[in-house]
Ligand binder design. Sequence first.
Ligand code: PEP
Length: 256
Amino acid sequence: MSERDPLVAGNWKMNGDASSLDGLLDGLLTELSGLALRRCSVLVFPSYVYLGQVAQKLLGSGIGVGSQDVDQRAQGAVTGGVSADMLKDVGCRFVLVGHSERRTLFAESDKLVTDKFEQCRSQGLVPIICVGETLEERRQDRTIEVVTRQLKVVTSRVGLAGFDGAVIAYEPVWAIGTGESATPEQAEEVHAGLRRSLAELDENLSCRTRILYGGSVTADNAVALFGMENVDGALVGGASLKANSFAEICKAAEES
Ligand code: PEP
């Protein structure tokens, strides 16, 4: 058993409404109460507009709440912006930074991702930094180079103290929402590479940092993925929108 307790995070993306998300949470609370998780932490990431509602409902449940994004600025004349302080105010503790959909659809650069990471840290929020290669980059055998670059941009700016406590999510772009997950061996190879990269900064930091896998994780492939030494949980998109499949993934993580 690894010294790192598993973490399973559900990224709900731009899905649901007040009523359907309430129903999803009811289902999740029922499913998870039957599991009595002791090791596995569970998080959900609703859209901004439902964060307060979801955080209120989950108060005292043991399920944490995170945001899918944050503005890199602290406050001020930023129409449409949502600050880290506001996220904390409505009950968030975690933030996804650098999700590939943000990098692609919103042209978020490594620098902007790092600015957001720093903003989270300065407000006491836990960033989950997402890294991953495209299919073309994988075919060019550049996977490790790409993901370590994405990670090192952050670690070289924030250093050991600034990174400690953050979480990494390895999400191959070609596996997100496609139904084609990385194999456990492919995931393990990249997770081990990311851990080696962190070890260049600090060996202990590398050992204690959780690295999640994301990309078409389902109840069917979770057990094999979590069986890998360096896979410490999952960031789950599609399968997190059904209470029973998400709970099955949490169960697999708990038993890994
Ligand atoms: C994600 O959006 O982070 C993700 C991994 O999605 P899916 O599980 O649907 O591939």
